[in-house]
Write a protein that binds this ligand. Structure first.
Ligand code: NAP
Length: 276
């Protein structure tokens, strides 16, 4: 079987190796010309599910029917280009219960050595820094230990519990970024704040509430979306944007689309890039 992916748009018919497909040098500023460039990536089923409940656990995970090594490689290639990741407190709460599906990229797996080498050649730090969205500030301190080689930030709203924030900062060394007047992060000034801190390429790997926050604050430039050609059904699930209806809607024109017929077996998947 031909393991390459078929380009469907804009140049229909070209075939590409999967490895290296997303490893380009991304722009270093966003749509408005202001740094950073902010991008995200999801894998979804055909019926729009990115995560399903895990039986017996009060948690959701990406289902085995969609997750796959080829998409995971592209996820890591996108992370390789980032100087900062945006993730969520929920991830660290899952990690504390050994329910997180993987370590944050770029992880320690030897299969991604080439990506760490690539960063070195580009003059980048070995791994991207980490910004954690949280209103509750419920972030188990021990789970941050393994990431102490990177700069860690907590992004929260101005109404966050100041005592809790201080304790978190004292015990873990995280730096605090305040965006928004309430408890929740509002992203309107997030791009400017991250730009002031010197970031140029920010990869949002949180879930649907984070993505809604970013879109609402005009802080998303590009969406990478893998659609596994399977139907999952179910009544309880995550899709990749959740929150109040977006008005105006956010237009995300198609830039590129590839077809991967090899995975998942008997189904295949499309990899599409939308936005800037
Ligand atoms: N298939 C995929 O590609 C993919 C990608 C990403 C995630 N997922 C899955 O999607 C599911 C949901 O992910 P998730 O729970 O991380 O996503 P989420 O709904 O984006 O984030 C949840 C947590 O992030 C914090 N948060 C989000 N927006 C915030 C805001 N505006 N202000 C302050 N805090 C904010 C909150 O933390 P506090 O509660 O501490 O306030 C909240 O509990 C998970 O099962 C995950 O595995 C799938």
């Amino acid at each position: 079987m031909d393991e390459r992916v078929l380009e469907l748009y804009p140049e229909c018919g070209n075939r590409h190796a999967l490895q290296g497909l997303y490893l380009t040098r991304l722009p270093d500023s966003g749509t408005s010309g202001i740094a950073p460039f902010i991008y995200t990536n999801y894998i979804s089923s055909l019926d729009g599910r990115i995560a399903l409940p895990v039986p017996g656990q009060h948690t959701h995970q990406v289902p085995a029917a969609t997750t796959n090594a080829r998409d995971w490689r592209l996820f890591q290639e996108l992370a390789a280009q980032a100087d900062l990741l945006i993730t969520t407190a929920r991830y660290f709460r899952q990690a504390a219960k050994q329910q997180a599906q993987a370590e944050l990229p770029l992880g320690t797996a030897s299969e991604f050595d080439d990506l760490r080498d690539w960063r070195k050649i580009q003059g980048m730090s070995p791994r991207p820094d980490i910004a954690i969205f949280s209103a509750s500030l419920n972030i188990p301190p021990d789970t941050l230990e393994q990431y102490r080689d990177r700069k860690l930030y907590v992004v929260t709203g101005a109404q966050a519990d100041q005592g809790r924030l201080q304790r978190l900062s004292d015990t873990t060394g995280v730096q605090i970024i305040t965006c928004g007047n309430g408890h929740q992060v509002e992203a309107t000034h997030l791009r400017a704040r991250l730009g002031q801190l010197g970031y140029h390429r920010v990869y949002a790997i949180g879930g649907p509430a984070v993505l809604h926050t970013l879109i609402s604050g005009n802080a998303l430039d590009r969406l990478y979306l893998t659609t596994a050609h399977v139907l999952l059904g179910g009544t309880e699930f995550d899709t990749f944007v959740t929150g109040p209806q977006l008005a105006p809607v956010r237009a995300m024109p198609l830039r590129t689309m590839y077809l991967d017929t090899s995975t998942p077996g008997g189904a295949g998947q499309t990899m599409a890039i939308y936005g800037e």
